[in-house]
Design a protein around this ligand. Structure first.
Ligand code: GLN
Length: 287
């Protein structure tokens, strides 16, 4: 165990020197051992796992490589291949945005709306996820609200690989559609649209972990950051039934621009806070 402790200590120092949370060393070591981070504190479990894995040199080497990659700011979730979103384990890697905890709130709002709808209307409730990325939002809704029929729309070929993989593992009934929001699903009308569009202004600096590794197509929304969200809002207006609901994520500065864009075709526009009280998403009802 003292061997492990010193291994972890030097990995933590290496990460701290690169301005990265020390805890990531524990996440990565647990990943290498194939156990949970909490189990790292269980000496019996660790000993048994090390014994089963055999060659400690290989473990050390694998761990050292991961720590080096994390130290140059490669996202933790790309290294482990897993992002946790609500109750799901979503597979991620280069080419797809890592799902963020704030998007869980959009899902929560959609689920609440779906529950209300279920009391009023019989039959399936149709949901379209625009710019689905890894599929985190679509899959959370499909698994938590089984009466829904979810369509996940994505245009990035790299993201589509992850999306299809996650759909096949988690909820095969989610329909994946490759296409651009501007003309996808012609003639289709749905009850709910959920969207986490790229909305970061092109000139905005992002943390190294994000800007250096995550797909820019999923992040940057045009010169003001509103150009792509505007396309998503236009698409939502086209795809929603009258009375249908849109929930859309945005930056904390975009609330009024989003409300202005929505005022053309939507009413009941409401701005909502994220987990730390920043106004980060909006809901609205199609007129
Ligand atoms: N919230 C993301 C970030 O970390 C941006 C995601 C998006 O543009 N949809 O910057």
């Amino acid at each position: 165990m003292s061997e492990i402790k010193s291994l972890l200590r030097s990995a933590k120092d290496k990460l701290a020197a690169a301005d990265i949370a020390k805890i990531d060393a524990e996440h990565l070591f647990a990943y290498v051992l194939g156990i949970s981070r909490m189990d790292l504190h269980n000496a019996v479990k660790v000993e048994a796992t090390l014994k089963a894995l055999g060659d400690f040199g290989v473990i050390e080497d694998t761990f050292a490589k991961l720590i080096s990659r994390r130290a140059v700011h490669e996202p933790l979730q790309y290294l482990t291949g897993i992002a946790y979103f609500r109750h799901l384990e979503i597979e991620v890697g280069p080419g797809v945005l890592v799902p963020r905890p704030e998007s869980e709130l959009l899902v929560e709002a959609v689920l609440t709306h779906i529950k209300n709808l279920e009391e009023k209307v019989a039959g399936e409730i149709s949901v379209i996820d625009l710019g689905a990325g890894s599929g985190a939002l679509s899959l959370a809704i499909a698994t938590e609200a089984p009466t829904t029929r979810v369509i996940a729309v994505e245009k990035s070929p790299e993201a589509l690989v992850w999306l299809k993989k996650n759909v096949s593992v988690i909820a095969e009934n989610v329909r994946v559609v490759e296409g651009d929001v501007s003309d996808v699903l012609p003639g289709i009308k749905c009850d709910v649209v959920i969207a986490n569009p790229p909305y970061v202004p092109d000139s905005q600096e992002l943390p190294r972990d994000v800007a250096g590794f995550e797909p820019h197509i999923a992040l940057f929304g045009g010169p003001t950051g509103m150009e792509i969200p505007q396309q998503f809002i236009t698409a939502a207006a086209r795809l929603l039934k009258s009375g249908g609901v849109l929930v859309i994520e945005h930056t904390e500065e975009q609330g009024s621009a989003i409300a202005a864009a929505l005022s053309v075709d939507f009413s009941e526009v409401a701005l909502h806070d994220d987990l730390v009280g920043r106004p980060r998403w909006t809901s609205a009802v199609r007129r």
